[in-house]
Design a protein around this ligand. Structure first.
Ligand SMILES: [Zn+2]
Length: 350
């Protein structure tokens, strides 16, 4: 049987335990895995087996001293890496499995075995910097997977879209002077981690290849879709990525315990569709998503389901519908996005 969409799922992702009451708990994946077992989901996706990343692969992004520091936490019941990020005895192995899971997803997409894939892994990654952890993240899974895709598959241009509630400081910084990755982030601002202002657009060779859209709280489907259609889509198509990666955070969902955004599962399916349209136009649909945030368990599961149905083609939101939804975008959203568009015009045909 041919599958359109692959999923990375493994019970070992539950073993990283940042401690009682921590929002980034194993329950998040338990909720997603239960959803994947529902009647309309079970058996419809290719199960992609994860693997442990090798230390040399982690070192494509992270410093040797930081990797050794994380390795030293193996078997230790509790180590505080930073204020937000705590390891348990199995966190080192789980973090290697998270990076390796997304790399395997990227490989299956690049090989054409599936058109697209979603890695339901933890710990998340986009806050992890070269030399340290941050915001529940140990290794930067999406940055490692992008480096892996370039090295193994020889591709020259990767689009990373980070729709998580928070700015992906680690990912931005790693590719800041690099035109081989276009990093696009929407995020709540002002908010953790404090980076991601409109003026941060890359440096040197990477100038113009970082685009940030910092947003006030309360943004919903119309706002995100307006930004995706008017700003992201034309920029991305001009860039012609050979692979699209998504740092998929579901903490922008309505009712999230950390965020104050108002996106529905239908909105997330629409955002996915815009990215699929970009991938269809530029790179035969090649797209891989990885789980970042998302702390309201029922919204996380429902939204991930809507995203997967769109990825698989069970639902297919038309451009007409996307534009109809986005017509209701708030004036403040349009102002922020238009500020970004003014600056991005120096580099992109907007
Ligand atoms: Zn987040």
């Amino acid at each position: 049987m041919d599958y359109t969409t692959g999923i990375v799922v493994d019970n070992r992702y539950l073993y990283h335990d940042p401690g009682f009451g921590h929002p980034e708990s194993p329950d998040r994946l338990l909720a997603v895995y239960a959803m994947l077992d529902e009647d309309d989901m079970r058996g419809r996706f290719l199960r992609i087996e994860p693997r442990m990343a090798e230390t040399g692969e982690i070192a494509m992004v992270h410093s040797r001293s930081y990797i050794e520091h994380v390795a030293s936490t193996a078997g230790v019941p509790c180590t505080v890496l930073d204020f937000d990020t705590v390891t348990s005895a199995d966190s080192w192995d789980t973090a290697l499995l998270a990076a390796g899971g997304l790399m395997n997803a990227v490989d299956r997409v690049m090989e054409g075995i599936v058109k697209n894939a979603f890695a339901f892994v933890r710990p998340p990654g986009h806050h992890a910097e070269t030399g340290g952890s941050g915001g529940f993240c140990i290794f930067n899974n999406v940055a490692i997977a992008a480096e892996h895709a370039r090295k193994k598959h020889g591709i020259k241009r990767i689009l990373i879209v980070d729709w998580d509630l928070h700015h992906g400081n680690g990912t931005q910084h790693f590719f800041y002077e690099d035109s081989g990755v276009l990093y696009f982030s929407t995020h709540q601002s002002p908010f953790y981690p404090g980076t991601g202002s409109i003026g941060e657009m890359g440096r040197g060779e990477g100038e113009g290849y970082t685009i940030n859209v910092p947003l006030p709280r309360g943004q919903g489907d119309a706002d995100y879709l307006w930004i995706f259609r008017k700003l992201l889509e034309p920029t991305a198509i001009a860039y012609r990525p050979e692979l699209v990666l998504i740092s998929a955070g579901f903490d922008i969902c309505r009712g999230d315990s950390l965020g104050a955004m108002n996106v529905s599962e239908h909105g997330l399916a629409g955002m996915t569709r815009v990215l699929m349209n970009i991938a269809d136009k530029c790179c035969e649909g090649r797209l891989a998503a990885t789980l970042e945030g998302g702390y309201n368990l029922s919204m996380l599961a429902r939204s991930a389901k809507a995203v997967l149905k769109e990825m698989r083609g069970d639902t297919r939101i038309s451009n007409e519908e996307l534009d109809k939804i986005s017509e209701k975008a708030e004036e403040t959203t349009r102002q922020v996005a238009n500020n970004v568009i003014q600056r991005a015009r120096r580099y992109w045909p907007l």
